[in-house]
Design a protein around this ligand. Sequence first.
Ligand code: SF4
Length: 446
Amino acid sequence: MTLSTAELEQAPAEPPSLTTALSRGTAQAPSAHDAASFSRTQNTASGFVLSARSDAFRRRFYPEVSQKTWSDWHWQYANRITSLGVLGTMLGLSEEEAGAGTGLAALPLAVTPYYAAQFDPHNPAHPLRRTMVPTVEEWSLNPGESADPLGEDSHSPVPGLVHRYPDRVLFLATDSCSAYCRYCTRSRRVGKPCAGSASRRRWPAAIEYIENHPEVRDVLISGGDPLTMTDSALNHLLSQLRRIPHVEFIRIGTKAPIVMPQRITPALVRMLRRYHPLFMSIHCTHPDELTPEASQALNRLADGGIPLGSQTVLLKGINDNVPTMTALMQGLLKNRVRPYYLYHCDPVQGSAHFRTPIYKGVEIIRGMRGFTTGYAVPTYVVDAPGGGGKIPLMPDYVQGYDGEELVMRNYEGGLYRSYDPAVPLAAHNVHNAGPAGCADGDMPCL
Ligand code: SF4
């Protein structure tokens, strides 16, 4: 049975418990994924906002859980959905999804109830659902793919630390996440049993390495997701790093405000603001993720003075078109998140069904630049396989030199010339497209 949004609003306040409903086969999920279901909200006793969509899901599947408990991140984390069996009673799995259950050894399944509430239960192609629900396509190894496509392990001087760039390091603080993205670059290591405690044991050697390398001025704390750690664990790590005089800048990479926004408590923000300058990179993939809950989490962080940037992976059938990407980036700006990187999907094994051709990202940037505010346009990068680092890719706006004029194409495709005589000979030779190309306005791109 499919419920309309209006029917959901009238759903009985106390349907049978999840267990009872599941055993009777009567549990129903929220129906169509529509914008209106995001917009109606209420404040819970904990002070955290609750959208009508999330609350309908709670009432259907977790009727014994109060709004206050639902809005507690500890409950969300402890009650992550980790089996296809349970998820299947909420979504109705496709053949491809149900078939993935034969071996979830590489990357486990975990989705917070909050994030599962945002899925369209009737559409396996729904973008958010595709990023979290495994399919049989994960089990193929495709050309160019590997377990560690960025060569992180070979740039790791001590366990849990990657030192690839001159003045910054990646600190892998934990191997746990609140939800596991099926295209995760670190699927070889995240989500393993004892992920939290094992990763904690790596900290002392990693901190000592940073202490002994004065060139390291920037530490990116990532994982896994650092915001799956308790406030006290994170506070401990941040205080250790802040004691190192040459560490000028700390960043945290996280998807928690998107998949478990309840994690962004006032107490967390109060703790984080003691460690400025502290930046945060928010991993997000689709405008549907910008729910009232996510919006509140992001605004709490911004109110705490934490500069927010975004990281988005370009994903086939999920966000690989100009309108979706523009809506995402504009939505992030409205939530005070500055679009930062758009990543080409790394060739981690079993991810071909998510990967677009590289030119697709360039096309999307071309379709955004000039058509919306420059603040909304991220930098498209390919993380070079084997550890070459991020390589930015841009549309070709420079057409070449014609004599002492640089010929450029604007965002609408028009050709414009700028008198620019002081050109080093080498650059002139490289960029000169020749008068014939200029004459008919059809100069070759560089
Ligand atoms: S949140 Fe990040 S580390 Fe965790 S599964 Fe997703 S991409 Fe991987």
